[in-house]
Design a protein around this ligand. Sequence first.
Ligand code: FAD
Length: 289
Amino acid sequence: DRSIVSLFAQNRPLRSIEFFPPKDDAGVAALRATAAALQRISPDFVSVTYGAGGSTRERTAQVCAFLKSDFGFTVMPHLTCVGHTRDELHTLADQIHDNGFRNIMTLRGDPPKGADTFIPTTDGLRYASELAALLKTRHPDFCLGVAGYPEKHPEAASLEADIDNVKRKIDAGGDFVTTQLFFDNAVYLRFVEKCHARGITVPIVPGIMPVLSLKQIQRFTQMCGATLPAKLITRLEAAGENTDAVESVGLDWALTQIRELLVQGAPGYHLYILNRAKSALALAAGLAA
Ligand code: FAD
C-alpha cells in the first residue's frame, strides 16, 4: 500500500471512508456490496475500525484483507491499546506490515462496555501516543493516523490539554489527524487554528457523518461529546418518521459542511457511513455537480 501522507502531499482533497467490522457473515456480504458500489467513486483510502475484543478483531483483519485484495483499496486498519500487551502489539504490527499494509489508525480505544475509565493492560500501553511510538519504532515505514477531537475528548481537562495530546501523538510518529465527527464547521476551523498555534503542521482531516436517524445521532453525539446544532435538530424533527426525508436532511447538511470545509482548505474529508454506500455516493455526486 501507498502511505497516506504521500497522497496528502499531492495537494488535492482526499476522500476517505470508514467501515466497521460486521458481526456476522450477512454483514460481511453487505459490506462487500457496499465496497463494490464505492469503487465507482474511487475513495483515496478506506479504514476499518478495531473492536474491543474477541471475534470482531479477527473480522477487522478479514475485512481489511478483502478490501485490499478484492477491491484494490488502500486500506488503513485501526489498532487500539485495549487488552493488548506490548508483545502482542509488536506481533500485530508485524502481521499488519507482512500483509502489505503501510497505514494504521493509531488509537487508545474506549474502556470496555460497563467501565468508564480506561485501565491499561498489564504490560500494555496507556495512551495512543505510546502506541504511535511503538509502531513507528517497530516499522519506520508505517504511516500513522491519530484521532483529534474538535470539541475535546470527553476525558480531557480542557481543549488545550487535549491539543497538547495531539501534539504528543504527532511527536511520537503520527503523520496526520482524523477528527471525531462534528456538525458545526466553526468548531473544526477553531480546532485547526489552535492546532496550528500549537505547532501541529500535519493534515487535519474532518470526520463527517451524514445523519441517518435523529435518535441514533443523539446517542452518538452524547457518547463522543459532539454538539448537535439546534438548526439541524429542528430540520430532523420536521422530517419526523419519514426515513427518506431524514436521510435527505442529513445528506444536505453533510454536503454543505464538506463544500465549505474544502473551500476553507481542509485536506479532504473522512466519511463515517456505517457500512452503507448510499450517502457516500450521493455526496460524491453532489460535490461533482
Ligand atoms: P489518546 O490520544 O490516548 O487520549 C485519551 C485521553 O487521554 C484524552 O483525554 C487525552 O487528552 C488524554 N491524554 C493522552 N495523553 C495524556 C498524557 N500524557 N497525560 C494526560 N492525559 C493524556 N475506538 C475504538 O475502540 N476502535 C476504533 O477503531 C476507533 N476508531 C476511531 C477513529 C477516529 C477517527 C476517532 C476520532 C476515534 C476512534 N475511536 C476508536 C475512539 C477512541 O478510541 C476513543 O475516543 C478513546 O477514548 C480515545 O482514543 P485516543 O486514541 O484519542 O486516545
